[in-house]
Design a protein around this ligand. Structure first.
Ligand code: ATP
Ligand code: MG
Length: 558
């Protein structure tokens, strides 16, 4: 591609309102433009990258045996009513009516549509297992669209749905998808982790998220320093302390906050299922994991903090004004339950209670895992300790079980000729989010540093005096033709810019390999070569440039 014939549209300024590096760089490099909140146009440069992701995803899905199809964006409400999600999904589901006043929605995901297709299309267990996928536009009316295409309202997803007669067969496809995702993100050249995850609102019992590691990631993920354990912090298990609780050594006393000695606890008062407050007790240095708390049978779901109005209605003062009596329900995190002689909080600047002990001054609590893990915790797999990193969720695989197949009555005839409800899995990749995540992980102060697999062009040709020097032009055109003939994607920068401006542009858009062609080096039979991730350029004999690029562009299989 000649730059003069391509829409390159770069800017130096940091665009207003773009908080993350990837959003800034995608705008500055001219990859995307915002149409409205959460809606983006992919410019030719950006689209080339998006297509690279799509292609790798498609190749690996095909290799896994999955079958590509394409479903509509617009979905009839009846299917969502059948699954129960018309009521459950909330305002992320954009609903509207057609001219006949029939209700529809824009698909945020396609479980209903694929299950409907399945029940009309597949009759026999002999047609199973089957895994259908599509690469298609989703719409979710996100409450806070942000970070550009990272959390957009309209975005591109690869979604796959598998159907099975039994759980064993689902397990096998799930493993295949796990391996397929690992291949995909490895081929994309990304540093990622597959982590155990909460199944969230889609439901089902078993799931993994694939995260691209980047400091700006919205999720915290915990992984073992030595073992294989990796989990979203939302879900990561905090083991009980290795040592048992010590015996009390001190009497309890009411003291001024500054003078209290000993480990401190914090108490989160939540509304219990029976309408009475429940105190969740954690060590002060630990934070409450609301996902774990939400699963407690004693608490109301969704979680609700006890408000001052609740206390007044219950005829009780703020419990922080005194130690809870024997009638108050307390649930302690393992680490808090293992404390002796601890400090119980008081009012904001009132006295606190020091030397407090379970079983003596407070009832013995119910003891559970309630907290977020912290770095240095023992790894749940017994191997080493936990480390915490930030991650961007780019993929998610779930075992759905029969949630949708039962609701929509998707059955096949089994070997005995009996109708059986099928078991399902679903597997998503945020294709457009991958582009932003790749930039979050691969950039420097000069711009994007594309992993080779994602680069919009593999090589940039940067001639000096292209229009003025016949020698430069001939050498450049010859190299351009030669590279194209061996299938290398090349951007020839024939825009006649000053060298500094041209180089800055090529670095901003992140092309992995750059060749500068000038009269000065040509006179010695050489060109100048620089990889995007290297600090300096080097001179290379003209005859050696093709082999050099070919080996750089075709690294040995990992
Ligand atoms: P998140 O927790 O980020 O909202 P999710 O759990 O809602 O994600 P899924 O329903 O599992 O996401 O969708 C599959 C994939 O689609 C996600 O792993 C993510 O990569 C991508 N994705 C989800 N929401 C968006 C969005 N608003 N913009 C871009 N990509 C998205
Ligand atoms: Mg979401």
């Amino acid at each position: 591609m000649r730059a003069s014939e391509f829409h390159l549209s770069t800017t130096r300024e940091i665009p207003a309102g773009a908080e993350t590096i990837s959003h800034q760089l995608m705008l500055r490099a001219g990859m995307i433009r915002q149409l409205a909140s959460g809606l983006y146009t992919w410019l030719p440069l950006g689209l080339r990258v998006l297509r690279r992701v799509e292609q790798i995803v498609r190749e690996e899905m095909d290799r896994s045996g999955a079958l590509e199809l394409l479903m509509p964006v617009v979905q009839p409400a009846e299917l969502w009513q059948e699954s129960g999600r018309w009521e459950q999904y909330g305002p992320e589901l954009l609903r509207f009516s057609d001219r006949h006043e029939r209700p529809f929605c824009l698909g945020p995901t396609h479980e209903e549509v694929i299950t409907d297709l399945f029940r009309r299309e597949i009759r026999s267990h002999r047609q199973l297992p089957v895994n259908f996928y599509q690469i298609q536009t989703k719409f979710r009316d996100e409450i806070r669209p942000r970070f550009g295409v990272m959390r957009a309202r309209e975005f591109l997803m690869k979604d796959a749905y598998s159907f099975h007669l039994d759980k064993d067969c689902l397990d096998r496809t799930y493993q295949t998808m796990h391996a397929t995702y690992t291949r995909i993100f490895t081929r994309l050249g990304l540093n990622f982790r597959a982590v155990h995850a909460d199944s969230g609102s889609i439901g089902g019992s078993f799931s993994h998220e694939f995260h691209v590691l980047a400091d700006s990631g919205e999720d915290a993920i915990a992984f073992s320093t030595q073992g294989n354990y990796a989990a979203n912090v939302e879900l990561a298990v905090a083991l009980p302390p290795a040592d048992p609780r010590a015996a009390p050594t001190r009497p309890m006393a009411e003291v001024a906050p500054g003078t209290a000695n000993g480990p401190r606890v914090t108490v989160h008062w939540m509304m219990g299922r029976d309408g009475n407050p429940v105190g969740l007790v954690l060590r002060e240095e630990h934070s409450l994991n609301e996902i774990k708390a939400e699963k407690l049978p004693q608490l109301s779901a969704p979680l609700r903090r006890v408000t001052p109005e609740d206390w007044a209605r219950l005829g009780q003062g703020n419990p922080a004004a005194g130690l809870p009596g024997a009638d108050m329900a307390l649930i302690a995190d393992h680490a808090a339950a293992a404390l002796a002689d601890f400090v119980w909080p008081g009012h904001s600047d009132g006295p606190v209670w020091a030397g407090v002990n379970w079983g003596r001054d407070l009832p013995e609590p119910v003891v559970v895992d309630l907290r977020n893990v912290v770095p240095g915790d023992r790894s749940p797999d017994g191997e080493g300790t936990l480390e915490i990193a930030r991650g961007i969720e780019v993929g998610h695989i779930f075992q759905l079980g029969t949630k949708y197949s039962a609701a929509l009555n998707a059955q096949v005839l089994d070997e005995a000729g009996q109708n059986r409800v099928v078991t399902m899995g679903c597997y998503g990749i945020g294709v457009s989010r991958v582009v932003a995540a790749a930039i979050e992980q691969n950039h420097d102060e000069r711009g994007i540093r594309w992993p080779l697999a994602l680069a919009p062009f593999q090589v940039a040709l940067a001639p000096l005096q292209y229009t003025k020097s016949a020698a430069v032009r001939e050498a450049t055109d010859a190299l351009y033709a030669e590279l194209q003939s061996v299938g290398v994607t090349v951007l020839l920068d024939d825009r006649n810019l000053r060298p500094g401006v041209m180089f800055a542009d090529l670095e901003l858009i992140g092309i992995p390999h750059r060749i500068v062609i000038s009269e000065r080096t040509l006179s010695g039979g050489q060109v100048e070569y620089q990889a995007r991730h290297e600090e300096n350029a080097c001179l290379v004999d003209r005859a050696d440039i093709l082999p050099l690029l070919q080996s750089a562009l075709n690294p040995p299989e990992r």
